[in-house]
Design a protein around this ligand. Structure first.
Ligand code: CAP
Ligand code: MG
Length: 412
């Protein structure tokens, strides 16, 4: 390999309005400058050897620049002109900042830790249509955390049994329901039948109690069908749509969010992200995906449970995701951060101390596993959220709230 030091610009100051700036954590036996140059070269104007077709003008205008190496983290700045958003979009962005570099022999491991986009690129995306405020308005829930469930078992229930679960959840005070990521259009629960039955259940809850709820129908599917499936679900009464961003792609989130006929929020699940984000020495940090989801228009996004639930992640990574959802330095509405995975009522007190109130907390097992059934679990979750909002200690609140008491007894 012949890597040219012409990509090395240590100490040079870079205009953040003209560049996409990436932080790469590197594991290498080489001089870290060589490893960083390998990234800058491969991902911009170069290849593994010097080439006669690369002139100074092209290198100067489009070559990436390694501007800093601190410890094992290299900063690489890509000129904004290296990117093509009108045609290309996030797939093209990812092929630059997160493409071939992961396979380079020069690096034993490399992790894209963070990315910063210039305004000229951010302005080419629309961000969420609803986001935190829009969802709160729709749910008539101005202040408290949203509280939801993932219907469990994740597969197997027929449409009516499924809708009964949502009815019980709504009667117990939950604001949100959602399909699990593996539920789609299986024979035991066809999507159209499920949408209709769930919409009826939500209407019944509203008629009987005035309580408003939404449920995200999983429309994750092949690219050529996703808009059609989403339109059909909405037409039949879906109040929210769910898409799996890693398996369907960022372009799928953007296609749904930017379709003018879609008038409901988009809940973004991230199944399979752990294959890319979990290894601290290789892959892409979730915060990068969180930023891209916001650009593409996801209204709610799974950010992890800050170390309290069942999935790996941890407070630091999850805080970065939460910040990416709500930061005010980008021209978009704030995304609702969703905490899911092993949650149950007794975990809400420590969670809300970290997250604050602008969050959607949801539990599958933590609702359906309650001794009082789904309604009991929903009530316990709602009580836990009420206590956390009021800043009352759970143990005290549980003294006169039976369902929360039972949840703490089982899981606390
Ligand atoms: C939660 C969940 C979600 C996870 C995924 C599940 O169910 O529906 O898919 O939250 O993790 O099937 O595990 P439980 P993440 O409440 O029963 O655990 O949000 O971190 O992507
Ligand atoms: Mg799930």
């Amino acid at each position: 390999m012949e890597y040219s030091n012409r990509y090395l610009h240590l100490g040079e100051s870079i205009d953040p309005d003209e560049h996409v700036i990436c932080k790469y954590k590197m594991k290498t036996d080489l001089d870290p400058r060589k490893a960083a140059v390998a990234i800058a070269t491969e991902q911009s104007t170069g290849t593994w050897t010097g080439i006669s077709t690369l002139n100074d003008d092209i290198l100067e205008k489009y070559g990436a620049r390694v501007t800093d190496i601190t410890g094992d983290v290299a900063t690489v700045a890509f000129p904004a002109d290296d990117f093509s958003i009108d045609i290309g979009g996030i797939p093209q962005v990812l092929s630059v900042i997160g493409g071939n570099l992961f396979g380079l022999e020069a690096l034993k491991g490399v992790r894209l830790e963070d990315v910063f986009f210039p305004r000229s690129i951010l302005d080419q995306f629309k961000g969420p249509k609803f986001g935190i405020q829009g969802m709160r308005d729709m749910l008539k829930r101005p202040e408290k955390p949203l509280v939801g469930t993932i219907v469990k078992p994740k597969i197997g229930l027929p449409p009516q049994g499924y809708a009964d679960y949502i009815y019980e959840s709504g009667m117990g005070g939950l604001t949100n329901g959602k399909d699990d990521e593996t539920l789609s259009n299986q024979k035991f629960c066809p999507l159209e039948d499920r949408v209709v039955a769930v919409a009826e259940a939500i209407d019944r809850v509203k008629d009987e109690t005035g309580h408003v709820m939404m449920h995200a129908i999983n429309v994750s599917t092949s690219g050529h069908q996703i808009l059609e499936v989403a339109d059909r679900a909405q037409e039949l009464g879906a109040s929210e749509l769910m898409v799996d961003v890693i398996t369907c792609g960022f372009a799928a989130v953007q296609a749904l969010a930017e379709d003018p006929s879609i008038k409901v929020p988009i809940h973004v699940h991230r199944t399979m992200h752990g294959a890319i984000t979990r290894n601290r020495d290789h892959g892409i940090a979730m915060v990068v995906f969180s930023k891209l989801v916001r650009m593409c228009g996801g209204d709610a996004l799974h950010v992890g449970t800050f170390g309290v639930g069942k999935m790996s992640g941890g407070a630091e990574e999850d805080l970065a995701n939460q910040r990416a959802c709500v930061a005010t330095d980008v021209p978009y509405k704030a995304v609702m951060p969703v905490c899911s995975g092993g949650m149950h009522p007794a975990l809400i007190e420590p969670l809300v101390k970290i997250t604050g109130l602008d969050v959607q907390i949801q539990a599958g097992g933590g609702v359906a596993g309650h001794p009082g059934g789904v309604r009991g679990g929903a009530k316990a979750m709602s009580q836990a959220v009420d206590a956390a909002t009021a800043g009352v200690a759970f143990k005290d609140y549980a003294a006169d709230h039976k369902e929360l008491f039972e949840a703490i007894k089982k899981w606390g």
